[in-house]
Design a protein around this ligand. Structure first.
Ligand SMILES: NC(=O)c1ccc[n+]([C@@H]2O[C@H](COP(=O)([O-])OP(=O)(O)OC[C@H]3O[C@@H](n4cnc5c(N)ncnc54)[C@H](O)[C@@H]3O)[C@@H](O)[C@H]2O)c1
Length: 321
C-alpha cells in the first residue's frame, strides 16, 4: 500500500513513518519542515522513503505530488501543534491546520484515495473536571486557538466525507510523549532545565491532568485504524494513564536525581484546560489494540533518550523561531 504521510518529519509523524517502513509500506513524506520539523528524525529510514518539502496549503505542489505518487491512503499528521504558540498568534494555525487540511481534502476529491486518516486531538472536546471521560460522540467544545483549528479540520473532514464521499477517518489521540519531541513541550523542557540546574517552570500549581500516551503506542494505534478502521468513523486513542503535571515533573526530577526545589510555579496559561480523559474502549474492542508502554517504563526511557541526545535537543532550542 502506498501511503502519503503529511508531517512525517515531526515528533509523532516520524515515529509513524519509522514503524511504517518496518511494516513494508511504500511511504512518501510531505512536510514543509517548519521550526518543529526535522529530517534528522527520519535518518534511519531515509533510504526507504520519498521526501517532499512542500507546504500542505500549497495546492499546486500537493496536486503534483498526488499525480506523481498516486497514494492509496493519506495519513495527515502535519499541523502547527503548540497551544502556547497559538495563544501568541492564531494565524499560522488557521493556515496550516484548517486551510492546509482543506487543500488536502480537495485534492483527494480528484484522486483515488481509499482512506484519509485525519489526525485530530483529545483537546477538541474541551476539558473535564476531576470526573468523567470523553467518548467519540462527545460534542466538540475546544478552548484554545490550537484546538479550535483542529476541531475545524475535523468538521471539514466530516463535511467532505458526507458531501463528496471522501473516506475520512478521524483519530483523536491523547497527550503524546517519547523521544524526538520538540523541546517546547513539558517533558523535554523539564529535562533540559533540570539537567542544567535551572528553574523548572510549571503552570499554576501543576494540578492539570493529562492522559500520557507513548508515541510508539500512538503510531501503532493509527496503523490499526488505517488497516481496519471504517470511513466516517471517529477513534479515540488514550492510554488510560492520567497524571497531574506536577507528578510528571516530580517523576522526571527523581529520575535525574534533582531536587524538587527547582520547581517554579508560574502564571497559568490563559484558558488552560484542566483535564482530558478519553474513553478508548472502541480501539480495544474493535481492534484488540492496547498500549504496550506503561508511563513508568516510558518516562524512564524518554528521560534517558534526551540525556543521550542532548546535542540534538539543545540545537533545537538554539534554532527556535
Ligand atoms: N503531540 C501530541 O501530544 C499530540 C496529541 C494529539 C494529537 N496530536 C496531533 O498529531 C499531529 C502531530 O503532532 P506532533 O506533536 O508530531 O507535531 P509536531 O509539531 O512535532 O510536527 C508537525 C509536523 O508538521 C509539519 N508541518 C507543519 N505545518 C505544515 C504545513 N503547512 N505543510 C507541511 N508540513 C507542515 C512540521 O514541519 C512538523 O514536521 C498534529 O496534527 C497534532 O495536532 C499531537
Amino acid at each position: 500500500m502506498k501511503l502519503l504521510v503529511t508531517g512525517g518529519a515531526g515528533f509523532i509523524g516520524s515515529e509513524f513513518v519509522r514503524q511504517g517502513v518496518r511494516k513494508g509500506y511504500a511511504i512518501t513524506v510531505l512536510d514543509k519542515l517548519s521550526y518543529a520539523g526535522d529530517r534528522e528524525r527520519l535518518r534511519e529510514v531515509d533510504q526507504d522513503i520519498v521526501f517532499s518539502g512542500a507546504d500542505i496549503a500549497d495546492r499546486r505542489s500537493v496536486e503534483d505530488l498526488f499525480r506523481k505518487t498516486k497514494p492509496d491512503a493519506v495519513v495527515h499528521w502535519a499541523a502547527e501543534s503548540h497551544v502556547d504558540r497559538s495563544i501568541q498568534d492564531a494565524s499560522p494555525f488557521i493556515e496550516a491546520n484548517v486551510r492546509g487540511t482543506q487543500v488536502l481534502l480537495d485534492v483527494c476529491r480528484i484522486s483515488q484515495v481509499k482512506k484519509f486518516i485525519n489526525v485530530s486531538t483529545d483537546e477538541v472536546y474541551g476539558d473535564l473536571g476531576e470526573e468523567g471521560q470523553f467518548s467519540e460522540s462527545t460534542p466538540l467544545n475546544p478552548s484554545s486557538p490550537y484546538s479550535v483549528s483542529k476541531a475545524s479540520a475535523d468538521m471539514l473532514g466530516r463535511a467532505y466525507q458526507r458531501t463528496y464521499g471522501i473516506p475520512v477517518l478521524t483519530v483523536r489521540p491523547s497527550n503524546n510523549y517519547g523521544p524526538w519531541q520538540y523541546p517546547e513541550k513539558l517533558i523535554p523542557v523539564v529535562v533540559l532545565k533540570a539537567v542544567n540546574n535551572e528553574k523548572v517552570p510549571v503552570y499554576a500549581r501543576g494540578e492539570n491532568v493529562r492522559e500520557w500516551l507513548h508515541v510508539s503506542d500512538c503510531a501503532s494505534a493509527v496503523f490499526n485504524i488505517l488497516e481496519k478502521g471504517k470511513a466516517g468513523e471517529v477513534y479515540n486513542i488514550g492510554s488510560g494513564q492520567e497524571k497531574r503535571n506536577i507528578e510528571v515533573v516530580k517523576t522526571i526530577l527523581r529520575i535525574l536525581g534533582k531536587p524538587e526545589k527547582l520547581i517554579a510555579f508560574v502564571e497559568d496559561r490563559p484558558g488552560h484546560d484542566f483535564r482530558y480523559s478519553l474513553n478508548s474502549n472502541r480501539m480495544r474492542t474493535e481492534f484488540g489494540w492496547a498500549p504496550g508502554v506503561t508511563f513508568e517504563q516510558g518516562i524512564e526511557h524518554t528521560v534517558k533518550w534526551y540525556l543521550e541526545h542532548m546535542e540534538w535537543t539543545l540545537s533545537k532550542m538554539q534554532s527556535k523561531h
